[in-house]
Design a protein around this ligand. Structure first.
Ligand code: GDP
Ligand code: FE
Ligand code: FE
Length: 195
């Protein structure tokens, strides 16, 4: 994998080590499973394997960062104010992509966008965004309700229907567990549920 043509200054070994330093061994193993799943999808759906690999390895880079770091980013940037109430689950994608950009000097907007939207999805998703979003949900050790139906859709070439079902199931999960819902999560759901 040559990441350097994609705005990344690290080879694979360096990148793996940088990502590993950011998280528990358990989460690092999740990241590797997301990468393997995403690479299978890249083959199936004809996506750029290098961008898919880099995005997958970096998607949860900010997941174990202290809340203080994110609250400071929000304090310093008024455009992030709407994120304040939603916690790490929402911050680690949108703001985590900014940590990747700064700390790893990653200059690739496609990869940064895939990281930014990996939790909520987006109204406009590129193939790269879709692959990371879906791979994160279906990696082999996940055990969500309804996962088999999502995996069947993916296997049958219906990536968009898979996204629609993931968004429906995630929203149901959040409501059922009395979780606070980020308004954009609902906007994204409204967009994809009609397809
Ligand atoms: P992970 O980082 O690999 O665990 O996976 P994700 O980044 O996809 O999701 C992290 C968590 O955020 C999951 O438990 C999702 O259900 C949850 N999540 C997704 N949307 C929202 C939301 O709008 N509000 C809250 N509170 N959690 C959300
Ligand atoms: Fe995540
Ligand atoms: Fe993840």
């Amino acid at each position: 994998m040559d990441y350097t043509k994609n705005g990344l200054n690290y080879n694979r070994e360096q990148l793996l080590s940088l990502v590993r330093q950011q998280m528990s061994e358990q989460r690092f193993e999740h990241v590797l499973r997301v990468e393997q799943t995403a690479l299978q999808l890249a083959k199936q759906y004809h996506a750029d394997e290098v961008k898919v690999s880099a995005s997958a390895l970096l998607h949860d880079y900010g997941k174990e960062r202290d809340d203080k770091v994110y609250l400071e980013m929000i304090d310093q940037n008024p455009e992030y104010e709407n994120l304040r109430a939603f916690g790490n689950n929402i911050w680690h994608g949108i703001l985590g992509s900014q940590l990747v950009k700064k700390e790893l000097s990653l200059d690739n907007d496609e990869i940064l966008h895939a990281i930014a939207v990996h939790t909520t999805g987006d109204i406009n998703m590129t193939l790269l965004d879709k692959i990371i979003f879906v791979a994160d949900y279906i990696e082999p050790k996940r055990s969500f309700y309804g996962l088999d139906s999502v995996r069947d859709l993916v296997a049958n070439g219906d990536l968009n229907q898979a996204i629609s079902l993931i968004l429906q199931q995630t929203l149901m999960f959040l409501v059922k567990n009395k979780k606070i819902i980020y308004p954009y999560t609902i906007e994204v759901y409204n967009h994809w549920i009609k397809i």
